[in-house]
Structures are given as structure tokens and as C-alpha cells.
Design a protein around this ligand. Structure first.
Ligand SMILES: *Cc1c(COP(=O)(O)O)cnc(C)c1O
Length: 389
């Protein structure tokens, strides 16, 4: 007799056969610097989003202080009674950091995108979304009920054409990652801002991988490209370079007020622990006080890219700390990742559905914690696997 869940067994087999089945490993150590223990094996990991090396140690004293003072859980959603003084202070500091009127804390970056997009656009509206936007943006577009036009990756000309050909909507929203998480590319935010202005569209930019890293003050790619004024809503995460947890939206006060009323992932979810907000406050302080973390990381990223290109690796057009090694098939990616892991390096294989088929890759995430010695060791190891022309 068939079981109602038998389709899952078949589905998992099918994933396995295509080299697409994902399995969890368990980390048995903290992520100090660059080494971790995974399933009992010591590895130099090029796999973390803790870009500034803050997650494991630097934020901990601030967290202890707040746990001792106010405890752990926040007990309620923000609008009921979960919004504590430390959350409020973090929102104030985030707005100062971003140079916006206001900022709003979400449980995660994923929740921020979902909440913001569904609050800004609905049935009768149009959303223009880059083909390589993060899953949380894609899901926000789907959930919103708006008509979504997916434009080719970073293709301003195609976007302009789409905007020209679709003027009959009530409201229009352009949405993009600023630093794409799979290929390391930067979005042409200055040009997108021009288009938004010309076509009277809203522009929302997700700086998840760039907050704390790009721009003079570490605000992100928008600052780096001088495009901040043209952006109506910025999304960021506290869980990547800032080493903490949570997401945020930053913008004008009326946008923030609207999100407080209409972003369902904000309204109907418990506020983060205040201790988590305290950790983020401390990381914002460190982003200001220790700019060498980001400048050194971006310098080393550029050096590593140059070395790998010399080895003939296809890195696409990355210009960031996210460095893809394109290898083609999902199986090729898994094979190379497995070989490197046997040699003590963790470089995750990125496969469909995270990337289109044929564009499978190994992703190097470089962080401030990586020493020149371990970067050299990676380069030496990759030399043995370099693609032959
Ligand atoms: C990681 C990521 C998110 C999600 O952020 P979390 O805080 O981890 O939920 C959103 N957008 C982009 C572009 C991301 O890379």
C-alpha cells in the first residue's frame, strides 16, 4: 500500500541522481577567524558571510551585558510589547549609519525583503526584478500579487525597454540586490536610480552582502557608486558582515511608518532578543572604528581574483569578496568541492536551484579572518586543479 509521503522518497532519489541533493553537516566549533571543525574534520573555510570577522568574539561582551540586564527573549511582536529600548536604539543608530530618516528591524534579512516588497506592491502594480536576485526577493515578488517582470542580470537597456512597454500599472517598483550573492557582481545602482527617476518608479535595493563593506563609511554599494539619493528603500542584514542576526529596512519616515503598519513579517513575528540588537549595535560601532577590516578585505579579494584569473579560472565579472569559480555541471562542482575538502578546504558547491544549470560553481567567500598564509595555501591547492585551456 502506497504511503501518502512516498513521493518524497522518489523526489529525494531524483535529487540524488542529479547531484542536487543537499545534506547538512554539523559544525563542532565556533567560527573563529578562518578554521572550523565540520563533522569532526578541521577545515580552512571559505564559506562564511562573517566578512569582517566579528561573529565569534568581538560582539560577545556586549551580548553578556544585555542578557544580564534584560534577559533573553523579547516575549512579543514589536507592536504588542516586544519593542525594547535597545531595539529602538539600534534603529536610531541604523538610520544614522545609513543617513536616512528612519530604520526598522526585522527578524531576518529574508523577512525584511518579504515584508517590504509585499508592503510596497500588490495587485495592479508592477515589479521589475533582476534575474539573479536573492530568493527572498523572488518570494516577496510572488507573494505580493503584483505583476513581476524579471529583467536580464544587470541589463539596464532591457529594463528601460520593459519600463517603456509597461506603463499602465498603478505603481511600479524596481528591486535589486546590490552585491549578488552567487556571482559577486555589483548592480548598476547609479543607472537604476536614473531609470527609477525617469519612469517615476520606486527603487528598493538589498545590500545584504555589502553592508559594512562597500562605500566610504561601509554603507554599501549605493554609497560606493554615489547612488544613495535615488534609492527609496534600502534593505540590509545584520547577519553577514555585521556578524549578528536580524534584518533591517532604512528609508524616509513615511516609508518606515508604512512598513510598521503593512509589512506582515514585521507585524506578525516576535521581536529579536534585545541581546541580539546589542550585538548589532556593537558591530556598527566597530564598522566605524575599524575601517581597516573592510579595506583590507577588499584589497585581498582583488589580489586573490588576479591570482586565480592567472591560473585560468573563470571568475565571471566579480568585483567583490564573493569569488565564484565557474566549473559548469553540478557534478563537476560537487567533485571539486569534495577534493578540496579532502585537502582541508571548505569551498561550497553552488548548484541549481541557486544558479541556472550549466553555471554551477564553487564559491569562495573571503573574510577579514583569512590570513595571507591560508589564502596562499588555497591558491597553491587550486593550481593542481586549474582548468586547462
Ligand atoms: C543572505 C541574504 C538575505 C537574507 O538575510 P538573512 O538575514 O540571512 O535572512 C537577503 N538578501 C540577500 C541578497 C542575501 O544575500
Amino acid at each position: 500500500m502506497a504511503h501518502p509521503l512516498d513521493w518524497i522518497t522518489a523526489g529525494l532519489h531524483s535529487l540524488e541522481n542529479q547531484g542536487l541533493r543537499r545534506k547538512l553537516s554539523t559544525r563542532n566549533s565556533s567560527y573563529l577567524g578562518q578554521t572550523i571543525q565540520l563533522d569532526g574534520q578541521d577545515l580552512i573555510a571559505f564559506a562564511s558571510n562573517d566578512y569582517l570577522g566579528l561573529a565569534a568574539e568581538a560582539l560577545v561582551p556586549a551580548v553578556h551585558r544585555v542578557i544580564d540586564a534584560v534577559g533573553w527573549g523579547s516575549g512579543a511582536s514589536p507592536l504588542i510589547c516586544g519593542h525594547g529600548a535597545i531595539h529602538a536604539e539600534l534603529e536610531r543608530q541604523l538610520a544614522l549609519f545609513e543617513g536616512t530618516d528612519g530604520a526598522l528591524l526585522f527578524p531576518s534579512g529574508f523577512a525584511a525583503n518579504l515584508g517590504a516588497i509585499t508592503a510596497l506592491a500588490g495587485r495592479g502594480d508592477a515589479i521589475y526584478s533582476d534575474a539573479k536576485n536573492h530568493a527572498s526577493i523572488i518570494d516577496g515578488c510572488r507573494l505580493s500579487g503584483a505583476t513581476t517582470f524579471v529583467f536580464p542580470h544587470r541589463d539596464v537597456t532591457a529594463l528601460r525597454q520593459l519600463l517603456e512597454d509597461s506603463s499602465a500599472f498603478r505603481r511600479r517598483l524596481i528591486v535589486t540586490d546590490s552585491l549578488f550573492s552567487m556571482d559577486g557582481n555589483l548592480a548598476p545602482l547609479d543607472k537604476l536610480a536614473e531609470l527609477a527617476e525617469q519612469f517615476h518608479a520606486m527603487l528598493m535595493v538589498d545590500e545584504a552582502h555589502a553592508t559594512g563593506l562597500f562605500g566610504k563609511d561601509g554603507r554599501g554599494v549605493a554609497q560606493h557608486l554615489g547612488a544613495e539619493d535615488g534609492i527609496h528603500l534600502r534593505i540590509g542584514t545584520l547577519s553577514k558582515a555585521l556578524g549578528s542576526i536580524g534584518g533591517f529596512a532604512a528609508g524616509s519616515q513615511r516609508v518606515i511608518d508604512w512598513l510598521v503598519n503593512r509589512a506582515r513579517s514585521y507585524v506578525f513575528s516576535t521581536a529579536l532578543p534585545e541581546a541580539a540588537a546589542a550585538a548589532s549595535l556593537e558591530s556598527l560601532r566597530l564598522v566605524r572604528a575599524e575601517p581597516h577590516r573592510r579595506t583590507q578585505l577588499l584589497e585581498r579579494s582583488a589580489q586573490l581574483c588576479a591570482q586565480l584569473r592567472q591560473q585560468n579560472w573563470d571568475l565571471g565579472t566579480t568585483s567583490s569578496q564573493i569569488i565564484p569559480l565557474y566549473v559548469g555541471t553540478p557534478q563537476a562542482a560537487v567533485d571539486l568541492s569534495t577534493k578540496l575538502r579532502q585537502q582541508g578546504f571548505l569551498l561550497p558547491a553552488i548548484r541549481p536551484p541557486s544558479v541556472p544549470s550549466g553555471e554551477s560553481l564553487l564559491r569562495i567567500s573571503l573574510t577579514y579572518g583569512h590570513t595571507p598564509h591560508s589564502i596562499d595555501a588555497l591558491v597553491a591547492t587550486l593550481e593542481a586543479h586549474r582548468p586547462r585551456p
